[in-house]
Design a protein around this ligand. Sequence first.
Ligand SMILES: NC(=O)c1ccc[n+]([C@@H]2O[C@H](COP(=O)([O-])OP(=O)(O)OC[C@H]3O[C@@H](n4cnc5c(N)ncnc54)[C@H](O)[C@@H]3O)[C@@H](O)[C@H]2O)c1
Length: 255
Amino acid sequence: MSGLLAGKRLLVTGVITDQSIAFSTAKLAQEQGATVVLTGFGRMSLVERIAKRLPEPPPVIELDVQNTDQLAGLAGKVREHVDGLDGVVHSIAFAPQSALGGGFLDAGWEDVSTALHVSTYSYKALAMAALPLMSRGGSVVGLTFDAQFAWPVYDWMGVAKAGLESASRYLALHLGKQGIRSNLVSAGPLRTMAAKSIPGFDQFEDEWVRKAPLGWDLGDQEAAAKAVLALLSDWFPATTGEIVHVDGGFHAVGA
Ligand SMILES: NC(=O)c1ccc[n+]([C@@H]2O[C@H](COP(=O)([O-])OP(=O)(O)OC[C@H]3O[C@@H](n4cnc5c(N)ncnc54)[C@H](O)[C@@H]3O)[C@@H](O)[C@H]2O)c1
């Protein structure tokens, strides 16, 4: 098959609805010739139902990134479907309500630690779980929301994203010798389940649409997904530890 990702074997995490950035990523990746294996969290029958909407319904493996047994068993389960991996997509984030929506000053460590475990540490944990399958090198790509600034209501998720951006650079440092790249796509606000669960996230929306030089479509997950695909492809062979903004140019302009 031809296409940007012809012959690539990809593990894509983070599909929960057909609005998920991971869903658009998996769909476009298949259209570009990749073989995709999904992981799903929690509501497995829902993930499996959504997976059937992809052009080629892929296998779905259960993975809670907080579950060390599932992480340890991941490579073996993936190997039942593909003989190795060329790329891994981390499209996972979660923070308890107390850590979001203006709760920054009051959130306790237990809730904050959950946010950091699921949204930050899991990037490294997922990459290491997949490492035995990437003997020929590969590309790990994650999703961030610009952590240079303190945003209203994003609170500890913003701190988790700052950590993710740093973790991606350290992964680039530690896995570069094995030919593994680590890069992030910094997406503007998109109306997914994760975004809708942040009280007041809609505050970003109007400003983003108005201020972004290219404008911004809150329902277009494909723009971010296309950048993920590009970073998974052979067309960024010397790029690692990078953050590519897919935000209509919002990050580049002042008020
Ligand atoms: N939507 C936005 O505005 C936006 C902007 C920039 C970056 N992002 C990032 O994009 C990524 C994907 O989010 P989305 O917006 O597509 O929302 P989404 O709700 O569709 O996806 C979030 C995913 O995280 C998964 N998840 C949560 N806890 C998990 C766990 N313990 N183990 C494994 N998976 C778990 C959920 O099952 C879900 O599939 C996240 O990292 C998010 O922070 C989103």
